[in-house]
Design a protein around this ligand. Structure first.
Ligand SMILES: Nc1nc2c(c(=O)[nH]1)N[C@H]1C(S)=C(S)[C@@H](COP(=O)(O)O)O[C@H]1N2
Ligand SMILES: [Mo]
Length: 504
């Protein structure tokens, strides 16, 4: 006996399998077309570039440096739901299913070809993926008007299972090839030059020796990562160039070898993200090796009125820094070394910008490809039209690292410790208070320069009960960190880090 209808779940399963085929094929094609042309990465990139400010702030606040993984997982789950729905519709009319896949293909293509710096090959991953997904759907559902009998069901399950497994294998192979395209070998082959101007030694008293305290130097593995790149750009140093152009008297193009041949400096500089909340961990201190930006800019010769230097990354991301700041004598540099190693790929390999005293989004271009001299009036970099300030010097902030908020330390002598930063001004004083009591001066760690954070500690004779601990810092100009609490948006959070503990 033949039934007129296939159960909907047949269709949903076929929809899922077809979507897997589409994505698997698209992954493989993207290996050749460019990682940013893959549909998930391209559509995700459009989402990252267009999310309203509150949503972006929420994502960074909730997922921190995992915001991108959260986006990709979320997108995949949504896509799976739609694929199941499309498959269920396809049971009634196969054309509906194919139209659904077509719509997703068009969305993928539109996203890919409109990405900054996209190539002509960017149409292919979504196009060929959709064709393959449509083919899989036809294969699975064409002859299924009728099939309640158990034999047919088993065959259908085996078929769709086979298609799913096939898609997984294809996707896996694509990933393997993509991984081989990764520039980690080229990175390992880089020999860093000896700096003409070595870093000052880290003073003996830079660290506070207490469990739970941050260390003065943040390791490359522990360094926070913030960027809009869903797929980490793989830039081959052999073909990398930096173009310095725009409103300059002498435009220049440098290769990686040119850059390494110039006199280098090595400096400890603390980087801070403008999205860092009071008490947050989007801040880190590393030893950067690179070439002073001032020398290069002087050679290029900015024209009158070129008050902004726009750093552009290979993925189209841009930052804008004041020309005057880059040339005022501070250690602004094009960095290729981080803590004695070639720049890690996630931190901008082969070359990024580091500027003491400016938040990352207005200074620290990773995967740098261009520096363009222009004016603030003529051009707004990536985050500015998205509501963030055009100029953003780092605000004085301090953080309590130990004890932890909400912890229950033992009564008696307790070390309260943390970090404070006011890059390029320097920290002169840190004070702690308990339960609105008098401010107590903390002991400060030594620092090699005004461009790094400063460790601090204070010994508290902790008494049983619930207590509130607060910290505030003062910079070398004598300005004390404001108590007024402000969110990160639009130019950096302010307020005193406040934690609660129950001493027992
Ligand atoms: N190409 C590129 N560079 C970028 C960004 C980005 O999104 N893309 N983000 C900036 C921001 S907001 C910060 S805070 C720093 C973070 O650098 P890190 O990831 O090495 O800590 O990189 C900056 N450089
Ligand atoms: Mo940032």
């Amino acid at each position: 006996m033949k039934d007129a209808r296939v159960p909907r779940w047949f269709g949903s399963l076929a929809g899922l399998a077809s979507a897997a085929v589409a994505l698997g094929v698209a992954e493989v094609v993207a290996v050749f077309a460019g990682a940013r042309s893959a549909p998930l990465v391209a559509v995700g990139g459009v989402v990252v570039d267009s999310v309203p400010k509150p949503v972006k702030n929420f994502a960074v606040a909730t997922f921190g440096t995992h915001d991108k993984a959260a986006l990709l997982i979320g997108t995949t789950v949504l896509l799976a739901l739609f694929a199941a729905l499309i498959g269920a519709l396809a049971v009634g009319d196969l054309r509906l299913g194919l139209a659904g896949i077509g719509v997703f293909g068009i969305i993928g293509i539109a996203a890919a070809v409109t990405r900054p710096n996209s190539g002509p090959g960017y149409v292919f991953p979504s196009l060929l993926g959709a064709v393959a997904g449509g083919g899989a759907m036809i294969l699975l559902l064409r002859q299924r008007e009728i099939s309640p009998d158990p034999y047919d069901r088993r065959r259908f399950l085996m078929e769709s299972g086979g298609v799913l497994a096939g898609a997984a294998v294809v996707g896996f192979i694509g990933r393997q090839i993509a991984n081989r395209q990764n520039v980690s070998k080229a990175r390992a082959a880089v020999t860093l030059p000896t700096p003409a101007s070595p870093a000052p030694a880290v003073p003996a008293g830079a660290n506070v020796d207490t469990p739970g305290a941050s260390s003065f130097v943040t390791s490359n593995d522990d360094f926070y990562r913030i960027d809009t790149a869903l797929s980490v750009p793989q830039v081959d140093p052999a073909t990398w160039t930096l173009r310095i152009h725009g409103r300059v008297r002498k435009p220049m193009t440098l290769t990686f070898a040119d850059l390494l041949a110039r006199p280098a400096i090595e400096r400890y500089v603390t980087l801070t993200c403008v999205s860092n909340e009071v008490g947050g961990d989007l801040v880190g201190n590393a030893l950067w090796l690179g070439v002073p930006l001032k020398d290069l800019l002087e050679e290029a010769g900015p024209m009158d009125g070129a008050d902004q230097v726009v750093g552009r990354a290979v993925d189209g991301f841009t930052v804008g820094s004041p020309t005057a700041v880059l040339m005022d004598g501070r250690d602004a540099m094009l960095a290729f070394g981080m803590n004695g190693k070639p720049l890690p790929i996630e931190h901008g390999f082969p070359v990024r910008v580091v500027v003491p005293g400016l938040y990352g989004y207005v200074s620290a271009t990773k995967w740098l490809s261009e520096l363009e001299l222009t004016s603030f009036a003529d051009y707004s970099a990536y985050w500015v039209p998205r509501g963030w300030s055009q100029q953003a010097p780092i605000k004085t902030e301090s953080r309590i690292d130990t004890p932890r908020d909400g912890s229950a330390p033992r009564r008696g002598q307790l070390t309260v410790a943390g970090v404070a930063w006011a890059q390029h001004r320097g920290i002169s004083r840190v004070e702690v208070r308990i339960d609105n009591g008098a401010w107590q001066q903390a002991t400060l760690g030594e620092v090699p320069s005004v461009d790094t954070w400063r460790m601090w500690s204070w010994t508290w004779d902790a008494t049983p009960g619930d207590h509130r601990i607060q910290v505030r810092a003062t910079d070398n100009a004598g300005a004390t960190q404001t108590q007024d609490s402000a969110p990160p948006d639009p130019d950096g959070a302010t307020g005193w880090h406040t934690i609660s503990v129950s001493v027992n």
